[in-house]
Design a protein around this ligand. Structure first.
Ligand code: 3PG
Length: 384
């Protein structure tokens, strides 16, 4: 793959696809992790003297219409602040834009353009005509074959990977291809069904997989433990048993339960054998957290996707907090990815102790599953 850092960008029209799909509340960006992650790329292009044009999607608006609720305006304002220079938001750009050397502009939401999601060829050609160099840097959207992530790369005069995309592929490759052993993955979340492909892929590289949330409940039930009225996929017990027969899955020995799923629910710690019909398991207990921390202490590579409890409610966050701290204290190469996981990393203040935090949600999971990311594949096809 050709890399942006190998190209001379001075005076060139450089179109950079970032993933600036960030949460917005009351017209303000409420978490700017993805914006911060793309800053080094933007600054590098600007400092090289390029005419920098940024594009991204935000949310999932209806195509072909302008919808203020999905406007990139809050992102342009935020970029202006963190970049220390005005970032103009350009609404009509498909027929050409004037950008000065060293200037940075942001295009309005690409998903307002008809044909964006269907990877329409004419739209892709219009994007391509705007630039001398197209830079794909949106790892978080690399699993989408859309006009701004995929089609444009076929028609732009030059197409390359941006530094963020390159760093993501590097870090994920390091964790999955020939990782230092033992490898431990943490797979949390509510359903086994949505993480089946991930579990199947990880069992091949992991020495142990720590499961959490509803996923753990399904594994507990499969091993014959009571789970009360917890979230559990009873139709997947055989599948869980099969996975557990192929890879070591340490199960909780104690759990934190409540009679309801609520912010005000009272948390009670119980041995797994004492879970009653009326209990909902909402976190792992302290003994389990200690046991998991020991597993993590011995790991040389740690891959983390998904919390082990309902950490949004403080009383059910201790398990996830203990794991976050154990990962922070470990010398292993640690990789965290997925929206909930990054929120947990932030909540427990361990961001600078994790080796790499991915900006990808769906893209991160698809990479772990071993799927081809179309936006990367098209660069490979073109790359010298
Ligand atoms: C994400 O947040 O996972 C990416 O920005 C992709 O968004 P999408 O699922 O709407 O394509």
């Amino acid at each position: 793959i050709k890399k942006m850092t190998d190209l001379d960008l001075a005076g060139k029209r450089v179109l950079i696809r970032e993933d600036l799909n960030v949460p917005v509340k009351d017209g303000q960006v409420s978490s700017d992790a993805r914006i911060r992650a793309s800053l080094p790329t933007i600054k590098a292009a600007r400092d090289a003297g390029a005419k920098v044009m940024l594009m991204s999607h935000l949310g999932r608006p209806e195509e072909g219409v302008y919808d203020e609720a999905s406007s990139m305006k809050p992102v342009a304002d935020h970029l202006t602040k963190v970049l220390g220079q005005e970032v103009r938001l350009i609404k009509d750009y498909l027929n050409g834009v004037e950008v000065a050397d060293g200037e940075v502009v942001l295009f309005e939401n690409v998903r307002f353009n008809k044909g964006e999601k269907k990877d329409n060829e004419d739209l892709a050609k219009q994007y391509a005509a705007l630039c001398d160099v197209y830079v794909m840097d949106a790892f978080g959207t690399a699993h989408r074959a859309q006009a701004s992530t995929h089609g444009v790369a076929k028609f732009a005069p030059e197409a390359c990977a941006g530094p963020l995309l390159a760093a993501e592929l590097d870090a994920l490759g390091k964790a999955l291809d020939n990782p230092a052993k033992p490898v431990v993955a943490i797979v949390g979340g509510s359903k086994v069904s949505t993480k089946l492909d991930v579990l199947n892929a990880l069992e091949k590289v992991c020495d142990q997989i720590i499961v959490g949330g509803g996923i753990a409940n399904t594994f507990l039930a499969a091993a014959g433990h009571p789970v009360g009225k917890s979230l559990c996929e009873h139709d997947l017990l055989d599948t869980a048993k099969e996975i557990a027969s192929r890879v070591e899955i340490p199960l909780p020995v104690d759990v934190v339960v409540a009679s309801e799923f609520a912010e005000t629910a009272t948390a009670t710690t119980k041995n797994i054998a004492d879970v009653s019909d009326d209990d909902m398991i909402l976190d792992v207990g302290p003994e389990t957290a200690g046991k998991f921390a020991d597993v993590l202490k011995n790991a040389k590579t740690i891959l983390w996707n998904g919390p082990v409890g309902v950490f949004e409610f403080d009383q059910f966050g201790n398990g996830t907090k203990a794991l976050a701290k154990a990962i922070a204290e470990s010398d292993a190469f640690s990789l965290a990815g997925g929206g909930d996981t990054v929120a947990a990393v932030d909540k427990y203040g361990v961001a600078d102790k994790i080796s790499y935090i991915s900006t990808g949600g769906g893209a991160f999971l698809e990479f772990v599953e071993g799927k081809t990311l179309p936006a990367v594949a098209v660069l490979e096809e073109r790359g010298e």
